[in-house]
Design a protein around this ligand. Structure first.
Ligand SMILES: [Zn+2]
Length: 227
């Protein structure tokens, strides 16, 4: 899936404002938020100097993705650290330095729309790959893990953690050959026969599923099946 990301921009980035980069800190987690409002309202909010708030991305109910802050820069999305439950929190360092923030249109308690879920899933996949993150409960977190006092409803009970983790973990497992996308109709079958060693790919990591199989190759696959 190609992601269509619309650049909106915001002056609310960097510490102090306008400073580029992350002072050498690596991104170690994605923080998910709920807007408590609309995408249009968030565009305006992040473009108000007084709000002193931003995030890298905002995802609308239609699946539209807006970007406010460059990935190389620090967005202002984590707010105060208050009674946190996040294991990777670095003491004394503002979490904005080492996180990416994604806002979701809507209100705490609401479900994401299907388009919104698909967009955030794909965006998570891209960010996980870009920043080389493992997929677990410490690398993909809700805002409430940083501030459980004031932000305990962010992103709220409607946020589809279970489905998101299932899909993300699945996509990690399923990338078995570089030329088979996880959503390919035969991906699951190919994964199984590779797992049990009946068919192997080429040394360059491809499967080349459209190529013909020779009688020799079939014979050796069947031989492996019988052993
Ligand atoms: Zn939040």
């Amino acid at each position: 899936m190609e992601l269509d990301i619309k650049w909106i921009g915001s002056q609310n980035y960097g510490l102090p404002r306008g400073t580029k980069g992350r002072r050498g800190n690596k991104v170690i987690a994605i923080v998910d938020h709920i807007m408590e409002g609309t995408l249009v309202g968030t565009d305006a909010w992040f473009n108000s100097i007084e709000s002193e708030a931003s995030a890298h991305f905002g995802i609308g109910k239609s699946g539209e993705i807006h970007q406010y802050v460059d990935l190389n820069n620090v967005a202002w999305h984590t707010g105060k650290v208050s009674n946190p439950s996040w294991a990777l929190l670095i003491k004394g360092l503002n979490p904005n330095y080492y996180t990416i923030g994604i806002e979701h249109e809507g209100y705490s308690g609401e479900d994401l729309t299907e388009n919104q879920f698909q967009a955030t899933l794909e965006l998570h996949r891209i960010l996980i790959k870009k920043f080389n993150l493992e997929v677990n409960k410490e690398t993909i977190i809700g805002h409430f893990r940083i501030d459980s006092v004031n932000k305990y409803k962010c992103p709220g009970v409607g946020f589809p953690w279970k489905r998101l983790f299932n899909e993300l973990q699945q996509s990690e497992d399923e990338i078995i050959f570089s030329d088979i996308p996880p959503q390919h109709w035969a991906a699951e079958s190919v994964r199984k026969i590779k797992e049990v060693g009946i068919m192997v790919g080429y040394s360059d990591g491809t499967f080349r599923g459209e190529e013909n199989i020779t009688r020799y190759e079939l014979a050796s696959a069947l031989d492996r099946l019988m052993n």
